[in-house]
Design a protein around this ligand. Structure first.
Ligand code: G1P
Length: 295
């Protein structure tokens, strides 16, 4: 496993209104995707890229997240007594993934504001921001490539993916130039959630960023933007437009990404991941076929 000194920041203070009432008393990051809460996939992805220090920015009602990554001795004892090694291993895994810290966002003033709350923990070092709505398939590589691009360029690096123009208004969108390096583009501009007609491209930011600490100074002065919130995209646009800085680069991701941010995509994510699983797929796949034939 690679090791990096980069820390990861996972903003998890959103209200999850699209999933109400499921998220009335439970954070959306704890919604199960097959048999793990969504946020565990993100923590596993960070661990796989060699990150061992993670800061989760939490909001109200988020104690379930810290409990999830803590050990539960009574449960572990019970599983041990029963000889249920498989379940015991899965329970232990979730508390052994990384050193996980928590800080409260306070007021929910947007993604840029949430990231700024990480300043004291991150200090004067580069860090990754990983959004829990986007799950990256563990069989596909993204974060390690982004960290390498950041180390090479010193620039902010965002993950970009081509999306359907009908969905572009849901994302931060980049205008880009080729670099000659396959899969790496120079970002010339960024706009948060543009209308379809105004989008500079169909390259959307998916929720992975590797940033230098200079972004904190920019975030300090970033005014509320789209939706009255302090937008990370706006701070990155300032870095992209700065002729004296290293700018912003994009790693174009062509692998499997699952969006758990809205209900239809969340259900699709569960179906796809379950169908691929060795323990569940063989039972599910024939049923999916039968079910689809009846639609
Ligand atoms: C956030 C960012 C947006 C990005 C998206 C990726 O939006 O503001 O730029 O494209 O995550 O998932 P949200 O989905 O939180 O509204």
């Amino acid at each position: 496993m690679p090791h990096t000194s980069i820390k990861a920041v996972i903003p998890a203070a959103g209200l999850g209104t699209r999933f109400l009432p499921a998220t009335k008393a439970m954070p959306k990051e704890m919604l199960p995707v097959v048999d793990k809460p969504a946020i565990q996939y993100v923590v596993e992805e960070a661990a796989q890229a060699g990150i061992d220090d993670i800061l989760v920015i939490i909001g109200r009602n988020k104690n379930a997240i810290s409990n999830h990554f803590d050990s539960v001795p009574e449960l572990e004892e019970k599983l041990k007594d029963k000889g249920d090694d498989d379940r015991l291993r899965r329970v232990l895994e979730s508390s052994d993934l990384a050193d996980i810290h928590f800080v409260r966002q306070g007021e929910p003033k947007g993604l840029g504001h949430a990231v700024l709350r990480a300043r004291a923990h991150v200090g004067d070092a580069s860090f990754a921001v990983m959004l829990g709505d986007d799950l990256i398939d563990e069989r596909d590589e993204l974060l390690t490539t982004m960290i390498a691009a950041h180390e090479r360029t010193g620039a902010a690096v965002v993950a970009l993916m081509e999306v359907d123009p009908d969905h572009i208004h849901l994302y931060g969108v980049a205008s880009v130039e080729e670099t000659g390096d396959d899969g790496l583009v120079k970002v010339t501009g960024l706009v948060e959630k543009p209308k379809k007609e105004e989008a500079p491209s169909n390259l959307a930011i998916i929720g992975r960023y590797v940033l230098a600490p200079d972004v904190f100074d920019v975030l300090e002065r970033t005014e509320p933007g789209k939706g009255g919130e302090i937008q990370l995209t706006d701070a990155l646009q300032e870095l992209a437009a700065d002729p004296d800085g290293p700018g912003v680069y994009g790693v174009v991701f062509r692998g499997r990404r699952y969006d758990t941010g809205d209900r239809v995509d969340y259900i699709k994510a569960i179906v796809q991941l379950a169908a691929d699983r060795e323990d569940l797929g063989p039972d599910l796949r024939p049923w999916f076929k039968e079910f689809a034939a009846k639609l």
